[in-house]
Design a binder for this molecule. Structure first.
Ligand code: GRF
Length: 202
């Protein structure tokens, strides 16, 4: 299974996926990293890891559709079967999302359906929740609303700041995302009529 990772920034989740896929007995190969930003720090980290990279600058495309057609062509030309969004900061059109339905996943830094969108750690602290975390889900047209594949929870502790909470959550993101990618690549988790079907009960 050839997998592409789409990034816009530092790419720490991307690195965790690359490392997991190389650790052996993984049902997927990270075959491509695509960034919509030429200056994304993650691009250098992907190159260092010897992964093919490709910049598709949204600013160089007149419309969202145009940008996405360029991305889709790059993915098709490399025989990509699955997409992982990892800090990819462009909203995708219904066309692109439908095209990759059941084959595109995202990691989000909250326990969805709580805290869709941005500033999740700040909002969790403001609400005084005592449990927070991260979620991997299939991508659907509505932002951060797709069927859930895997979640990890962390405690919120007295004195936490946005940064300390983010640090606690990202450790779990790096563990969770490879697990979820494995599940969709080996068929353990599949999207069927809008729901996730797990082939092994636990
Ligand atoms: C992560 O917190 C992820 O959950 C969110 O964006 C951030 C990306 O970080 N979608 P990185 O680029 O993987 O380091």
């Amino acid at each position: 299974r050839r997998v592409a990772i789409l990034i816009s920034g530092r790419g720490s989740n991307m690195v965790s996926l690359i490392e997991a896929a190389r650790a052996g007995a993984f049902p997927a190969e990270i075959a491509l990293v695509v960034s919509n930003r030429p200056d994304a720090a993650g691009l250098d980290r992907a190159r260092e890891a010897g992964i093919a990279t490709c910049v598709i600058d949204h600013k160089a495309h007149p419309t969202r559709e145009d940008f996405e057609h360029a991305m889709d062509a790059a993915l098709a030309s490399r025989g990509i079967a699955f997409i992982c969004l990892a800090g990819f900061m462009r909203v995708l059109t219904d066309w692109f999302v439908e095209r990759w339905a059941g084959r595109m996943i995202n990691i989000h830094p909250s326990l969805l359906p709580l805290y869709r969108g941005t500033h999740t750690h700040r909002r969790a602290l403001a609400d005084g929740v005592l449990v927070h975390g991260c979620t991997v889900h299939f991508v659907v047209p509505e932002l951060d609303a797709g069927p859930i594949i895997a979640q990890a929870a962390v405690p919120v502790v007295p004195g936490d700041t946005e940064e300390s909470l983010a640090t606690r959550v990202i450790v779990q993101e790096h563990r969770l995302y490879p697990q979820a990618l494995r599940m969709i690549c080996d068929g353990t988790a599949r999207l069927e009529t809008g729901r996730v079907v797990f082939s092994r009960p636990w």
